[in-house]
Design a protein around this ligand. Structure first.
Ligand SMILES: Cc1cc2nc3c(=O)[nH]c(=O)nc-3n(C[C@H](O)[C@H](O)[C@H](O)COP(=O)(O)O)c2cc1C
Length: 230
């Protein structure tokens, strides 16, 4: 066998040998006890993920697609989840920002390994407005403010050299320290108003539980709930 084939075999063996790490027994999800609306369940699952020691339970995958219909994804942080929707912050001029301008529909995915859970949230995304965007930035750490200042108008653009980035960050750290209320002009708080939320609970024998909420204004509580084959 050539070195390339050895490497390919070893890689496949590695993948086959990997297991999803659960912290002991998985929680049992009885769909009959699920609330009428998804938000309380989402908040409970996020809190339980944090309590289980899941690293970064507030990180999520955000999928967008522009006018060409080609999806793109990246990780972003969840800043809030309330009656208005799921909140995240980014630059309006970034790739995702541009795609959201062209097509405001997006999807979020959370995966919490320790409790063996996944949540998917889809719907329409709206800008929360300049005041809410500035407040979002003010509520964050000096390092996050510096990163937003450095990235303003530039995130997702081609970077000529790493040195340029270092210089931009030096200036941004300095400004964030001096001006904690500085605003990054392109920083935007977005809110995804969900019309579909799906909860997935792994089960040891793969009889995974999937519960999907679909927005249904005619239903009491405004949502319809159904089970899905895993
Ligand atoms: C753990 C983690 C959290 C992140 N959080 C954010 C975030 O909240 N906002 C953001 O704009 N980018 C965040 N990023 C960077 C994005 O994943 C992405 O690289 C960047 O936003 C550019 O994406 P785009 O070119 O598709 O617009 C995060 C990356 C990681 C790994």
């Amino acid at each position: 066998m050539s070195d390339d084939q050895d490497e390919t075999e070893a890689f496949r063996a590695l993948l086959r040998g990997l297991r999803v790490p659960h912290a002991g027994d998985l929680p049992v999800f009885d769909p009959d006890t699920a609330p009428d609306a998804p938000l309380p369940l989402f908040r409970r699952w996020l809190r339980e993920a944090a309590e289980s020691g899941e690293p970064g339970p507030h990180t999520m995958s955000l999928a967008t697609a522009g006018a060409d219909g080609r999806p793109s994804q990246r990780t972003v942080m969840l800043h809030d989840a309330d009656e208005r929707g799921w909140h995240f912050g980014t630059h309006r001029t970034s790739r995702k920002g541009r795609e959201l301008t062209e097509n405001p529909y997006a999807s979020l995915a959370f995966h919490w390994m320790r409790p063996g859970r996944q949540v998917r949230v889809s719907g329409r995304v709206r800008e929360a407005g300049p005041e809410a965007s500035a407040a979002d930035l003010r509520g964050r750490s000096p390092a996050a403010l510096a990163a937003a200042l450095a990235g303003s108008g530039r995130q997702s653009e081609t970077l000529g050299s790493y040195d340029k980035l270092l210089r931009a960050f030096e200036a941004a750290y300095e400004r964030a320290g001096r001006e904690p209320d500085a605003t990054a002009p392109t920083w935007t708080l977005y809110v995804l108003e969900a019309d579909e939320v799906e909860f997935y609970q792994e089960e040891a024998r793969r009889r995974h539980v999937r519960v999907r909420y679909l927005r249904a204004p005619e239903e009491p509580g405004g949502w319809r709930r159904e089970l899905l084959w895993p």
